[in-house]
Design a protein around this ligand. Structure first.
Ligand SMILES: CC(C)(COP(=O)(O)OP(=O)(O)OC[C@H]1O[C@@H](n2cnc3c(N)ncnc32)[C@H](O)[C@@H]1OP(=O)(O)O)[C@@H](O)C(=O)NCCC(=O)NCCS
Length: 210
């Protein structure tokens, strides 16, 4: 049987998805400045990039135009809900309507926003969208084994490790595995389409980013 997800439907690319901690919104061209800052940061590159070092400015610009503004992937900006501050970006790429699958990517580029529950909630909102609205069957991702924060956030949303590319990443003088993780629609429904409960961190009041 050929599987067909609802891609092409009006709900495929929503204007916004509202959570408790974050709001996901379509990217706007002005977000390129934030992309330039995030992706030129060596620490972000270390965690998320195959090459050991950040992208050049022209590569970031191309990446932003293609990934954030283009229509080949479903990419949403992550805004802190209380302040509206732009803190990151998340995306489905390789959306395959025949087989009902997509690859998930996320970067919280504002490092002072790491570890405060934003990434977990953004991931959950994207999974809700994938399974609840798009009718996808499977969402997959890859992550370096040293990226414990990411792995914990993904596990909390229901991703399980399904494989590993052994010793495929050279970082800080040693080899690391790259993990393949996925979550299937039936598992997502089976857990009541919810993330495992977690005490939400207190979010201090912040000025609205200009
Ligand atoms: C990975 C990322 C999206 C996670 O989002 P986040 O908002 O920082 O993470 P959350 O606060 O939602 O959850 C982090 C989890 O890791 C834990 N954690 C936080 N800091 C940690 C650390 N230094 N080491 C290990 N675990 C850590 C938290 O306790 C939490 O787990 P828990 O819910 O089981 O308690 C974000 O940190 C990020 O974008 N990092 C840089 C780019 C990146 O790594 N992208 C992913 C590439 S695959």
């Amino acid at each position: 049987m050929v599987y067909r997800a609802l891609v092409g439907d009006a709900a495929w690319f929503p204007e916004a998805i509202e959570g408790q901690l974050v709001t996901l919104r379509k990217h706007v061209p002005e977000n390129v400045g934030a992309f330039q800052r995030w992706y030129s940061d060596p620490e972000v590159a270390r965690l998320a990039r195959y090459q050991d070092g950040p992208m050049r400015a022209d590569e970031i610009d191309r990446f932003f135009q293609l990934r954030a503004l283009g229509h080949e992937s479903l990419t949403m900006a992550i805004h802190q809900r209380t302040t509206g501050r732009l803190i990151g970006s998340c995306a489905f790429s390789q959306v395959d309507g025949e087989n009902g699958s997509a690859m998930f990517h996320i970067t919280i580029g504002e490092k002072d926003s790491w570890g405060r529950g934003f990434g977990t909630e953004a991931t959950r909102l994207m999974l809700d969208h994938a399974f609840g609205t798009l009718g996808l069957h499977r969402v997959a991702l890859t992550v370096f084994e040293f990226n414990e924060r990411a792995i914990r956030a993904y596990r909390r949303c229901g991703f399980v490790v399904e494989g590993r590319a052994r010793e495929s990443i050279w970082r800080e003088g040693r080899w690391w595995d790259e993990l393949a993780m996925s979550v299937i629609a039936s598992e997502w429904r089976g857990r009541g389409a919810r993330v495992a409960p977690r005490a939400l961190p207190k979010v201090p009041a912040e000025p609205v980013a200009g």
